[in-house]
Write a protein that binds this ligand. Structure first.
Ligand code: HEM
Ligand SMILES: *[C@@H]1O[C@H](CO)[C@@H](O)[C@H](O)[C@H]1NC(C)=O
Ligand SMILES: *[C@@H]1O[C@H](CO)[C@@H](O)[C@H](O)[C@H]1NC(C)=O
Ligand SMILES: *[C@@H]1O[C@H](CO)[C@@H](O)[C@H](O)[C@H]1NC(C)=O
Ligand SMILES: *[C@@H]1O[C@H](CO)[C@@H](O)[C@H](O)[C@H]1NC(C)=O
Ligand SMILES: *[C@@H]1O[C@H](CO)[C@@H](O)[C@H](O)[C@H]1NC(C)=O
Ligand SMILES: *[C@@H]1O[C@H](CO)[C@@H](O)[C@H](O)[C@H]1NC(C)=O
Length: 273
């Protein structure tokens, strides 16, 4: 009797540990493959999104909270690494500065970061200028400059990215009497161009397939089904620096009036230095 009970207990233990290790294996496979956690899901009516296609995409895939709320520096750095293989050195400043866009002292939302004069700027690649109405939502008319760039090739590169920036700025100069175009906006715009080339393409040479970039902007989706993969090369200041320099050179930029740096709070004016 005793022997039988012990044997039964042993079997039951073995079964449990088998179940446990099977569970662990499934969990591991699940987290590596990530099909469920990181599937693309369009934002619902109560989910917040904003002017950044990079962060919106991370939220649509669950690398950021899908509701677009409760963001802080840690949450952004983890999401950028897991989703795009971007290292903290190139994301930390934007994440820190975004805390100024809200009165909440420790977190911000994807909507908060639309604050004009914080990171948000004129002459964007896919959004309108603040003074002209909508600086938040994707606009196909604005995006057509990028979409149609580098004709005859099936990739975008630093040359085409620079030309796109020049054209987008010329459009804002022609239509927006409130245009702000200082070295701050020029720098941020050039970083953002280097970002789309890097996360959607090869960050070592700054070349990205057109269809990947278009899906990223238009659908705020990782084009995994189309063959995109997270960069094997970590994206950091070493990879980004040369791309930003080439893009900036090709954009033939000249400074506009004034020099401002940042909004220190959502209700504060633009501080001019
Ligand atoms: C995680 C990787 C990121 C990628 C791939 C990315 C990519 C981009 C791109 C391509 C744009 C240009 C959109 C346009 O001109 O139409 C942009 C804009 C923007 N990004 Fe990001 N970004 C990233 C991270 C961040 C972070 C960490 C922040 C702040 C927390 C941020 C805030 C913004 C804002 C406010 C804009 C709007 C600028 C404007 O067009 O006026 N981004 N981003
Ligand atoms: C950031 O948010 C995460 C998730 O809500 C939380 O666990 C973490 O403590 C927060 N970190 C900071 C520095 O606020
Ligand atoms: C545009 O500039 C004019 C003149 O400086 C100012 O009165 C107006 O408030 C500005 N509009 C916006 C949306 O910033
Ligand atoms: C998109 O941008 C164009 C060009 O600036 C503008 O005329 C149009 O009203 C914008 N569309 C929307 C839906 O805001
Ligand atoms: C970008 O592509 C165009 C068209 O193929 C080419 O003329 C140009 O040299 C390329 N630029 C770079 C930096 O490779
Ligand atoms: C960027 O990543 C590469 C490869 O991991 C590394 O050699 C380089 O030192 C990094 N650069 C910075 C600025 O962290
Ligand atoms: C670059 O800018 C200068 C000065 O504004 C202008 O004379 C020149 O035509 C521009 N070049 C191109 C290719 O647009």
């Amino acid at each position: 009797m005793l022997v039988a009970a012990q044997r039964d207990q042993k079997i039951s233990m073995t079964f449990k540990s088998l179940l446990f290790s099977l569970g662990t294996t499934l969990l591991l496979a699940h987290s590596i493959k990530g099909d469920d956690d990181h599937a693309w899901i369009a934002p619902g009516p109560n989910d917040l999104r904003g002017p950044c296609p990079g962060l919106n995409t991370l939220a649509n895939h669950g690398f950021l909270p899908r509701d677009g709320r409760g963001l802080n520096v840690t949450v952004i750095l983890d999401a950028g690494f897991n989703g795009y293989h971007m290292q903290p050195d190139i994301l930390a400043l934007a994440a820190k500065v975004s805390l100024l866009a809200t009165n909440d002292p420790t977190s911000f939302t994807l909507d908060d970061i639309k604050l004009h004069g914080n990171i948000e700027h004129d002459a964007s690649l896919s959004r309108g200028d603040f003074a002209l109405g909508d600086n938040v939502h994707f606009n196909e008319t604005i995006f057509s400059t990028l979409a149609e760039s580098n004709p005859g090739a099936d990739v975008y590169n630093t040359t085409s990215a620079g030309h796109v920036q020049q054209k987008r700025l010329a459009d804002s100069e022609a239509t927006n009497p409130n245009l702000t175009n200082t070295d701050k906006e020029f720098f941020v715009r050039s970083v953002e161009s280097a970002f789309y080339l890097s996360v959607m393409g090869n960050p070592l040479i700054g070349v990205a397939p057109k269809n990947f970039v278009q899906i990223f902007f238009r659908e705020e989706r990782l084009p995994i089904a189309e063959g995109w993969q997270r960069s094997e090369t970590p994206i950091n200041a070493s990879t980004l620096g040369p791309l930003i320099r080439d893009i900036a050179t090709q954009s033939n930029w000249t400074a506009g009036e004034g020099c401002h740096w940042v909004r220190l709070g959502p209700n504060d004016p633009i501080v001019r230095f």
